[in-house]
Design a binder for this molecule. Structure first.
Ligand SMILES: Cc1cc2nc3c(=O)[nH]c(=O)nc-3n(C[C@H](O)[C@H](O)[C@H](O)COP(=O)(O)OP(=O)(O)OC[C@H]3O[C@@H](n4cnc5c(N)ncnc54)[C@H](O)[C@@H]3O)c2cc1C
Length: 493
């Protein structure tokens, strides 16, 4: 691919505004741009039917805060010492109160989740009472909010170019202005002119293992249950034209999940979900064959309370889930309900009800004794036997002195015994090019790169703690803001 400042000899396509990526942020940006009179082209990497990114497979909730002042206080508290400029917090809080009004004005049907109090992720923080979580239509999950967003785009004359990933930005070398995008279509590079602006809405780097190693804290690898098409392309594109980065070390994770080589996205085990109960014993151990966490802790999008502060959950890789035959025969180890997650909704992997197909594939390892199982998965046999003995003693006493686990205190006692390798997993990354309150992507030092905007999880506002539904809520907020400012640009050609 040519450097950004090499101008194309001819343009293959053009629009007032080119939006790169069709998820919630691409929806909010493109619809707002169209409503303001712009001619819009969306470039989408995935084929038709697999667009929508993480938004398609999300829980489908989005935030609509009830009070601007409380929202300012809550976001400020969520950021903690990882402060975000005040004008960004203000604009987020102001617009986050308007999501439902805007969606209703388009004919959508916002409905508040009937959620228990834990819907507020950090109830003790100031302003947390502003949290109200919504979805579109009578129920949440099953891609339903996404389907509404998608139809709101498709009922307008907004062009969508599927299987056309943006690869690099085209930049005027003298002024720094962004003039368009080089994209790939059918194995060829095409040049797409953006007469007013380019808006990057192409998601995070949850499928780019090199960026994960470089930017996420203490992770040799990590897998997502979201879209496999989000490979950090927007980070590379923005860096190449001089963008600054922010929040690169923050992500909605980690949890523990199984990753099969032949499936791009991860499988979360029921045994390690805070709200699921299954018969039989199951624990997680690290390479030293010792437990390292309360496996059923209700973490806050990956953060756990350690010594009074919220930190990333420890993930000593490779980790193994160790369980007994009572658990193996209690039902499918993976929750395959098609409510959310790429593996369920798009891959639709048919996990067997008795786990036999996965045993057959070698995803689950089996041995008659714990010592033999340890040898198969490269753990010290005596150490594993001792760990299980300690766990079983705790179960008999009704507690977990090591990690304070209170759920599924079932002994691992009925052989044969099983192991399944766990990897760190996440929903999505939060980092990317730094944006300002006008949704402009900025250089180190804060000056905007002319005609370049972003929205969504690519460079999201979340710097530390995260309130569930805040990502899609933010897509709507900065999608609208980027659109208003992009449409206000004077065409360069
Ligand atoms: C399982 C799961 C559950 C979640 N639940 C919730 C929830 O209930 N509420 C909430 O707020 N958040 C939730 N999240 C997080 C949330 O889904 C995302 O942060 C949000 O949807 C991101 O929206 P986006 O538009 O920025 O990116 P995405 O929705 O990921 O869309 C990005 C789009 O860009 C495309 N793309 C990628 N690279 C390129 C390229 N080079 N050129 C062109 N197109 C490209 C992708 O194919 C994709 O279509 C969840 C995430 C997951 C994985």
């Amino acid at each position: 691919m040519e450097p950004p400042t090499t101008l194309p000899e001819a343009w293959d396509e053009e629009a007032d505004i080119v939006v790169v990526g069709f998820g919630a942020a691409g929806f909010a940006a493109s619809v707002t741009e169209h409503e303001l009179g712009a001619d819009v082209l969306i470039l989408e990497k995935a084929p038709e039917g697999k667009e929508g990114g993480n938004t398609r497979v999300a829980g489908q909730g989005y935030l609509n805060t009830s009070s601007e002042e409380s929202a300012v206080a809550y976001l400020t508290a969520l950021c903690g010492i990882y402060k975000v400029p005040e004008e960004m917090v203000r604009v987020w809080a102001h617009e986050m109160c308007l999501n439902n009004d805007w969606l209703r004005s388009l004919g959508a049907d916002p409905q508040e989740h009937q959620h228990p109090p834990e819907g507020i992720e950090f109830p003790d923080l100031p302003g947390s009472d502003c949290v109200h979580k919504f979805h579109d239509g009578p129920t949440y999950g099953y891609s339903l909010t996404w389907k509404r967003f998608e139809s709101l785009v498709k009922e307008r004359p907004i062009r969508i170019a599927y299987e056309t990933p943006g690869r690099s930005l085209i930049q005027n070398g003298a002024t720094g202005e962004i003039l368009g995008v080089r994209a790939e279509r059918g194995g060829k590079v095409i040049a797409v002119k953006a007469r007013k602006a380019v808006v990057l809405t192409c998601g995070g780097f949850e499928n780019n293992q090199e960026m994960i190693r470089d930017y996420l804290p203490d992770l040799p690898y990590c897998y997502t249950s979201g879209s496999p098409y989000n490979e950090g392309d927007g980070v590379s594109m923005a860096l190449a034209v001089g963008a600054d980065l922010w929040h690169m070390n923050n992500f909605a994770g980690p949890t523990m999940a199984f990753k099969a080589a032949e499936i791009p996205t991860s499988f979360s085990m029921q045994a390690f979900h805070f709200s699921k109960e299954m018969a039989g014993g199951a624990i997680a151990v690290g390479p030293d064959a010792k437990r390292f966490t309360d496996e059923k802790y209700k973490n806050r999008h990956g953060k756990v309370l350690l010594h009074g502060t919220w930190k990333k959950m420890p993930t000593p890789c490779p980790m193994q889930m160790i369980f007994d035959d009572t658990h193996m025969t209690a039902g499918p180890l993976w929750d395959k309900a098609p409510k959310h997650g790429w593996t369920q909704l798009v891959e639709q992997y048919p996990w067997s009800d008795d786990n036999s197909a996965e045993l057959e594939k070698g995803w689950i390892r089996k041995a008659d004794t714990l010592e033999a199982l340890a040898a198969i998965v490269n753990l010290d046999p005596q150490a594993l036997v001792a760990t299980v003995a300690r766990w079983n003693e705790g179960c008999a006493a009704g507690n977990d002195p090591e990690h304070g686990r209170t759920r599924m205190l079932n002994p691992i006692e009925n052989g044969p015994f099983y192991a399944i390798e766990m990897s760190p997993s996440m929903l999505n990354t939060q980092g990317g090019p730094r944006r300002n309150e006008k949704a402009q992507i900025v250089r180190p030092g804060g000056t905007p790169i002319p005609r370049l905007y972003s929205a969504g999880e690519l460079g999201s506002i979340y710097s530390y703690l995260y309130q569930g539904t805040g990502n899609i809520g933010e897509c709507l907020v900065f999608g609208r803001i980027s659109a208003r400012n992009a449409v206000a640009e004077t065409p360069w050609a």
